[in-house]
Design a protein around this ligand. Structure first.
Ligand code: VG1
Ligand code: CO
Length: 560
């Protein structure tokens, strides 16, 4: 047991320590500035909801991106300097976001620091990020993140313990001084145990055994999930080790963008097509997003949410807990709403960002929730969970094959569309335009729906007539808080809709998002190509929003 001194360091505020949709994300170089990270950690600890930082237990870990080790050491010293009593840290400071959320809950911790910028690229010239989570295992709600930002603007000092660098590669508990302990835990174990309690591993395993030709490929995109998928898919479910790729986490994600979509997970998509792989999947840097892609069939995340909800009762966890309500973020398509209606359960529409689901889950109002941005999950934790979504699909497929052998992703999707109709959905992202250009788009749309409202409502563009429009506002039914200006929504007479908002996760410039949705009950369209089916509406969306003119971009960076 070594004791330590606590030093109080005089500091001045840094600009822009404002948390976005999910934590503080900046260039690594910004975090590397002297005092920058310590300031932010100090502000977060000061903003901790009651009972506060003294005596707190915090979970620490992240996706292993560049600067993780340094940030973990700063967190250790500032936490010890502030009277935090215990840190539970993933080995080598590695924890996927879902695993961290699980640990916070399982160990009844007060909260946690998650070291990740999620799907943003990593490495010395790219992004680092810190998320602050609270005792339910979820991202701090807005009232806490607002307070962190306020405190970061007033900060004058931070407290830091004079501890030597702590070796995080060795499992076990070490005590420092009178009341500070660090427990280094296995990054994977608790999470694997959790998913084994949720899904029918035996059934999935038998399905793979009975169908040795059913090919699976999971792409970790060099993010944090590598060791998790190796344990789950290879060791537990018995798939060959060739069923996983890019499974070694790298601090710069191999120089690519660890974002599981059709653009950045191209190598997975290409292999699925070329090698006739039945089930392809990918996750993002910190493991909370998922992509499901089978031979010539892409599962849109909004549809994924609906399909999982429709089939939830075959998953042991929901058999046990019952299916309460569901929720989706506002831009996510209304496919899940139709399932909720049929099942007679509540359905909530929340702003973008997983933190808005937390209250609903804590209050027992929802079991499953999702976002169009490749996020799906449930109340087993308080973060979205990439591996969970993949296992949910595999459980559904394995179960469907009990009744009808040969059922794959495509058959499940088509059966779903036949029952509920199809919500065509696409998202256009214009990444890293200038901040002013992004604001111009939103200001223009705001004008249309406010001062120019009278001439805008009722106006016809192509085959679409504007029926209504607003800037989405959310009233949390649990704590009564409200969140304004969450995205411009334009509704058309035929039920179609377009949405636009600025991203809150970028670290540079602005990213404009445009979401387009159209519902069809025509069976001839169930196998149609999304972009083709949506073309007329996308044209109208571009005409109304004037995005190409405002941004100088004729094409989006990413199309989902
Ligand atoms: C994006 C997504 C949002 C998601 C957020 C965090 O936010 O649109 O749905 O919750 O990323 O996901 P924004 O503000 O850029 O649109 V993650 O995997 O980056 O933690
Ligand atoms: Co993520």
């Amino acid at each position: 047991m070594s004791t330590f001194v606590i030093n109080t360091v005089v500091t001045t505020p840094f600009e822009g320590q404002k948390l976005g949709t999910s934590g503080l994300r900046k260039r690594v170089k910004v975090f590397q500035q002297e005092h920058y990270t310590a300031n932010f950690v100090q502000a977060s600890l000061n903003a901790m909801p009651s009972p506060g930082k003294k005596g707190a237990t915090l979970v620490v870990g992240g996706d292993g991106r560049y600067y993780t080790k340094e940030a973990a050491q700063i967190i250790i010293r500032v936490a010890a300097g502030n009277g935090v009593s215990k840190l539970i840290i993933g080995r080598n400071a590695i924890l996927s976001t879902p695993a961290a959320s699980n640990l916070i809950r399982k160990r009844h911790a007060t909260g946690g620091f998650l070291l990740t910028a999620s799907h943003n690229p990593g490495g010395p010239d790219n992004d680092f990020g810190i998320k602050f989570n609270v005792s339910n295992g979820g991202s701090a709600p807005e009232k806490v993140t607002d307070r962190i930002y306020e405190l970061s603007k007033q900060i004058k000092e931070y407290h830091i313990a004079g501890l030597p660098e702590v070796d995080l590669s060795e499992l076990g508990t070490k005590r420092y001084g009178e009341d500070f302990t660090i427990e280094v835990v296995d990054s994977v174990e608790d999470y694997v145990q959790l998913v084994k309690e949720i899904f029918d591993f035996e059934l999935i395993k038998q399905f793979f055994q009975k169908n040795p030709d059913y090919k699976v490929l999971f792409d970790s995109l060099h993010g944090v999930t590598g060791p998790y998928v190796k344990k789950i898919f290879v060791e537990e479910l018995g798939l060959p080790s060739t069923s996983i790729q890019n499974a070694i986490p790298l601090p710069d994600f191999g120089g690519s963008h660890p974002d599981p979509n059709l653009t950045y997970a191209r190598s997975l998509v290409d292999r699925v097509e070329k090698e006739n792989i039945n089930f392809g999947a990918a996750s993002d840097g910190d493991g909370d997003r998922n992509l499901i892609y089978g031979k010539s069939v892409f599962v849109n995340p909004s549809d994924s949410l609906a399909v999982i909800t429709a089939n939830a009762e075959i998953i042991p966890y929901f058999k046990r807990t019952g299916l309460k309500g569901v929720a989706r973020s506002m831009p996510t398509s209304g496919a899940v709403d139709l399932v909720a209606k049929k099942k007679g359960i509540e359905c909530f529409e929340t702003p973008t960002g997983w933190k808005f689901f937390g209250n609903l889950m804590d209050a027992g109002r929802i079991s499953i929730c999702g976002e169009e941005s490749f996020g799906t999950g449930s109340d087993h934790i308080r973060e979205k969970d990439g591996i969970w979504a993949v296992l949910a699909w595999l459980n559904i497929i394995a179960s469907a094959n009990e009744k009808k052998p040969g059922t794959g992703i495509k058959e499940i999707l088509l059966a779903h569309f036949n029952e509920y109709g199809r919500n065509f959905f696409a998202r256009y992202d214009y990444e890293e335009v200038e901040e002013q250009q992004g604001n111009n788009v939103i200001n223009h749309l705001t004008k249309l729906i406010s001062t120019e409202r009278d001439s805008f409502i009722g106006k016809t563009y192509g085959n679409f007539t504007v029926k209504d429009a607003d800037n989405f506002e959310y009233h949390d039914p649990i704590d009564g808080s409200s969140s304004k200006k969450q995205g411009i929504r334009i509704f058309f007479e035929d039920g179609s809709r377009i949405v636009s908002r600025l991203s809150g996760t970028g670290s540079h410039g602005a990213t404009v998002r445009l979401y387009v949705e159209k519902y069809s009950k025509d069976p001839l369209e169930y196998e149609a190509d999304t972009q083709k089916a949506l073309k007329p509406l996308i044209d109208v969306a571009l005409e109304i929003s004037q995005i190409p003119a405002f941004t100088g971009r004729n094409e989006p960076t990413v199309i989902t």
